[in-house]
Write a protein that binds this ligand. Sequence first.
Ligand SMILES: *[C@@H]1O[C@H](CO)[C@@H](O)[C@H](O)[C@H]1NC(C)=O
Ligand SMILES: *[C@@H]1O[C@H](CO)[C@@H](O)[C@H](O)[C@H]1NC(C)=O
Ligand SMILES: *[C@@H]1O[C@H](CO)[C@@H](O)[C@H](O)[C@H]1NC(C)=O
Ligand SMILES: *[C@@H]1O[C@H](CO)[C@@H](O)[C@H](O)[C@H]1NC(C)=O
Ligand SMILES: *[C@@H]1O[C@H](CO)[C@@H](O)[C@H](O)[C@H]1NC(C)=O
Ligand SMILES: *[C@@H]1O[C@H](CO)[C@@H](O)[C@H](O)[C@H]1NC(C)=O
Ligand SMILES: *[C@@H]1O[C@H](CO)[C@@H](O)[C@H](O)[C@H]1NC(C)=O
Ligand SMILES: *[C@@H]1O[C@H](CO)[C@@H](O)[C@H](O)[C@H]1NC(C)=O
Ligand SMILES: *[C@@H]1O[C@H](CO)[C@@H](O)[C@H](O)[C@H]1NC(C)=O
Ligand SMILES: *[C@@H]1O[C@H](CO)[C@@H](O)[C@H](O)[C@H]1NC(C)=O
Length: 469
Amino acid sequence: MRLFSLAPFLALAAALPAPGNGNGKPDNGQHNGNGGNGCNGKGNPHCQGGSTRPTITPSPMQPRVPFPSPAVRTRDCVVPVSGGDDSEAILAAMQSCNNGGRVVFEKDSTYTIGTALDLTFLQSIDLDIQGTIRFTNDTDYWQKAGFSFVFQNVTTFFKLGGDDVFIYGGGTLDGNGQAWYDLFAKDKLIMRPVLMGVDGLKNSIIADLKWRYSPQYYSFVANSSNVVFDGIDITGRSKSEHEAKNTDGWDTYRSTDITIQNGHVDNGDDCVSFKPNSTHILVQSMWCNGSHGMSVGSLGQYAGTFDIVEHVYVANISMNNASDGARIKVWPGSAASMSVDLQGGGGEGRVNNITFTDWQLTNVDYAMTITQCYGQKNATLCTEFPSKLTISDVTFKNFAGQASTKYAPQMAYFQCSSPDVCYGIRAENISVTSPAGAKQAFCFNMDNSALDVQCTTQNNPGEHSGGAK
Ligand SMILES: *[C@@H]1O[C@H](CO)[C@@H](O)[C@H](O)[C@H]1NC(C)=O
Ligand SMILES: *[C@@H]1O[C@H](CO)[C@@H](O)[C@H](O)[C@H]1NC(C)=O
Ligand SMILES: *[C@@H]1O[C@H](CO)[C@@H](O)[C@H](O)[C@H]1NC(C)=O
Ligand SMILES: *[C@@H]1O[C@H](CO)[C@@H](O)[C@H](O)[C@H]1NC(C)=O
Ligand SMILES: *[C@@H]1O[C@H](CO)[C@@H](O)[C@H](O)[C@H]1NC(C)=O
Ligand SMILES: *[C@@H]1O[C@H](CO)[C@@H](O)[C@H](O)[C@H]1NC(C)=O
Ligand SMILES: *[C@@H]1O[C@H](CO)[C@@H](O)[C@H](O)[C@H]1NC(C)=O
Ligand SMILES: *[C@@H]1O[C@H](CO)[C@@H](O)[C@H](O)[C@H]1NC(C)=O
Ligand SMILES: *[C@@H]1O[C@H](CO)[C@@H](O)[C@H](O)[C@H]1NC(C)=O
Ligand SMILES: *[C@@H]1O[C@H](CO)[C@@H](O)[C@H](O)[C@H]1NC(C)=O
């Protein structure tokens, strides 16, 4: 009886797309559960035919945990454009389509957000962003109302968090940063919002979006786990004489199992930065231009805190026109000052098991950088008070290309505050040369035999402080 009554359902199920795959193709055994249509439109009057979900697969490395495989959603909420502040309508659509729906931002529409939005309630939802979402440039409002966090005074336009969120659509998030770049030139202490604030997000994918003109970092990823960023395109140069500053692509913080891949980043600060308590982070197949490189840190900035960055793997990177390539920056044991808006030192912790492999570099000032004296211009003072944050097990491997003329004939900088707190540093198969043809490096308190460069203790042409934040 039972078996008979089940049979028609089984037949129906076979005719439907495979669950979580959605494109009708059989599961090939590889992880491929995120493509297909985000809302199951066939015979479902609640789906309006948004864009197709991108299929996200890891390459060249596999992450520790498989990429999320979100279920197909069953209803759409299309956000109307009002011509004014669309924040309320956006919030309403997310509330109404939460738990199994998809929010659609229509192509060729520009939505305006002029109100800080707490989006940490998201649960099993797709955001199909085909149009443009632009933030207002009311610098007074955002400094008062933006979400602010203790870490480095980070402020965000919105905070996005929850579980099982899939964002895609080929659209744009525009931070409208020009007003901020110009204001920052007058006042270094203003609170510039981060474009994409992520706080407490799990098992989610953010893919195929353009991020433009962020006032500060493009994204801050905090308190999150198993989140994938794929195919994010970043650019946004200032149109005035005031440069866009501190425009990191990603800053990860108190997060684990984060993958960032296939990004195209044109910016003026770190391409990706691994801030305190970033563990099991995979960054791969990225193109970066004009940046400060892939940076661990800065860490140890705050006395009384314990910062951990470990199990980080950064592979298949094209790094162009950058001040640094692969970099680790740690504050020394005593207080130091980098600039008016950046002081620190004395914090504890560890940087451990970091791999940078298969990099192609052009016009990079230092291809590899380790400093355990960040912010301290007096090297004697740095060795007198070595860092309380250890650096161990760091591998740079298969680096090819050309450094810039800036520090020629040097192309790398390795400065430990003491060998007791800095060990297991390897540089293997390094063929990056300075324009003069040499691969000379500044090496201080290091085991030079593990470094495939020509070490010298002559710092040329003077100490390198390595950019901001
Ligand atoms: C945060 O901003 C305040 C006020 O501008 C400043 O005094 C403080 O040093 C900043 N703190 C950090 C950690 O950057
Ligand atoms: C603020 O943005 C609006 C619209 O995007 C623009 O017209 C205006 O010039 C901007 N203001 C400043 C100070 O940049
Ligand atoms: C992360 O979580 C902690 C603890 O719940 C909270 O205090 C903090 O505001 C959250 N966000 C950030 C960015 O630290
Ligand atoms: C390496 O990264 C480039 C982008 O810079 C990408 O085109 C290529 O497919 C990646 N290789 C692998 C094996 O993933
Ligand atoms: C790369 O950065 C340089 C400045 O460092 C800029 O002139 C160039 O246009 C950028 N290229 C791309 C493709 O963004
Ligand atoms: C990082 O993790 C360690 C160990 O769990 C903890 O003691 C420390 O407070 C954390 N630091 C931050 C900035 O969350
Ligand atoms: C080092 O990190 C990699 C991931 O980047 C991980 O696969 C490996 O197990 C870690 N090694 C140790 C000894 O923890
Ligand atoms: C590097 O910058 C120069 C101009 O400074 C530009 O011509 C070149 O295209 C840039 N490289 C890349 C890969 O964008
Ligand atoms: C650096 O610090 C040492 C030790 O405290 C001190 O003797 C020296 O004068 C300092 N050098 C400079 C240039 O300040
Ligand atoms: C050394 O690195 C180059 C690329 O920079 C790569 O083609 C080559 O296979 C590497 N050699 C070894 C022995 O890994």
